[in-house]
Design a protein around this ligand. Structure first.
Ligand SMILES: Nc1nc2c(ncn2[C@@H]2O[C@H](COP(=O)(O)OP(=O)(O)OP(=O)(O)O)[C@@H](O)[C@H]2O)c(=O)[nH]1
Ligand SMILES: [Mg+2]
Length: 349
């Protein structure tokens, strides 16, 4: 899963990227259009440590998300094509909106105004989608007139795109468009930007920590350059600084959690004597789909999944006691995996 960090120039995208990935880049790095800056972030999840304490695997591996800092998206009148291509490949967006005041870093628009900037980002996503829709509608208008084997298909596509255009005109985004499964499938190839799950991060200044921020929740307030500095310290050293700042927790895990929520992902675990590992899965996915995440052979030769819930392990304390209480389950291919399930997949190929 890949999350793209986007926003206006000098809003703190690269600083946030560093605060989330633990990297230390120079300010101004990766500002060029089309520059891509990819980092892998382990998903913090205390259940991994909890389960390791009970199941004693050789090693543990957290799930991970890829973050990519996309430079130069909104620098010109038209979004940069490489940047747009990179956004299309992302599964979700983090929109960084500047709220910090700084004489040293003048705002490209002359003033700090978070609402205006968010509207600007959304407007650019909107224009990018609309442009694609209109060009495709234009092409289809011509081609549907000719009786070809594809005519019916094209008519349906045209009608669907016209619905999309109407939705953009009225709502400004495609994310809440009510779609049937096959319609969703038909649109997938377009990778519309306003359809992507998104998280808004408000990059606040140090003085704004704990203060009211210009954008209401679910927008996440976070002081990116402070976070970046804090991350460079050992956890023990960090504590007094965080207390002084009035920060109960670091912001990066909140960004990761918000991204997971926006993507509607759950976590399942696999465990054997060698490794306990966390995996991300779309909510509603089945056991055989979970198996496919681990290895294609497991999906191909799937026989059954042996399932135990993390919360049952918490309640009963050991696998043996979970079994004694009848909470150990055998599930088939179509079982809908639940957040926190520990799966052992039986298969033969
Ligand atoms: N005072 C203050 N400065 C910040 C904060 N976050 C970022 N900056 C500064 O703002 C400048 C721009 O930050 P970057 O992270 O490079 O911003 P960007 O969005 O990646 O910029 P481009 O890639 O050039 O579009 C740098 O000088 C940062 O140090 C903040 O929370 N407070
Ligand atoms: Mg940058």
């Amino acid at each position: 899963m890949r999350i793209a960090i986007i926003g206006l120039p000098q809003s703190g995208k690269t600083t946030l990227f560093d605060a989330v990935t633990g990297r230390r880049d120079e300010p101004g790095a990766y500002a060029a259009p089309g520059s891509l800056h990819v980092g892998v972030v382990p998903v913090p999840d205390e259940r991994v440590e909890f389960l390791a304490g009970i199941l004693h695997p050789g090693k543990t591996t957290h799930a991970s998300l890829e973050f990519v800092d996309i430079g130069g998206l909104f620098t010109g009148a038209k979004p940069d094509p490489d940047s747009v291509a990179a956004m299309r490949q992302a599964d979700a967006l983090v929109k960084v909106v500047r709220a910090f005041e700084s004489d040293a870093v003048p705002h490209a628009k002359g003033s700090v105004d978070s609402k205006r900037d968010l509207a600007e980002i959304d407007g650019d996503l909107f224009v990018t989608d609309l442009d694609i829709i209109e060009r495709r509608i234009e092409t289809l208008h011509h081609s549907v007139r000719h009786p070809t084997p594809k005519q019916e298909e094209e008519k349906a596509e045209l009608a669907l795109l016209e619905r999309c255009r109407a939705q953009l005109d009225t709502v400004g985004a495609l994310d809440r468009l009510d779609l049937r499964d096959e319609e969703r499938k038909a649109l997938r190839g377009y990778t519309f930007l306003t359809q992507k799950p998104a998280v808004v991060v408000v990059n606040i200044g140090e003085a704004q920590i704990g203060q009211e921020v210009p954008l209401a929740p679910p927008a996440l307030p976070l002081c990116a350059d402070m976070e970046k500095e804090l991350l460079a310290l050992e956890p023990e050293e960090r504590k007094p600084f965080m207390e002084d700042l009035g920060l109960a927790e670091l912001g990066a895990p909140r960004v990761v959690a918000a991204a997971l929520q926006a993507l509607d992902l759950i976590t399942f675990f696999t465990s054997n004597e060698k490794e306990l590992r966390a995996w991300l899965l779309p909510r509603g996915a089945t056991a055989v789909e979970a198996a496919g995440k681990v290895h294609t052979d497991l999906a191909r030769g799937f026989i059954r999944a042996e399932v135990v819930g993390t919360e049952d392990l918490r309640q009963f304390g050991s696998l043996k006691d979970v079994k004694a209480h009848g909470k150990f389950r055998l599930e088939g291919k179509d079982y809908v995996v639940q957040d926190g399930d520990v799966l052992q997949i039986r298969f033969s190929v």
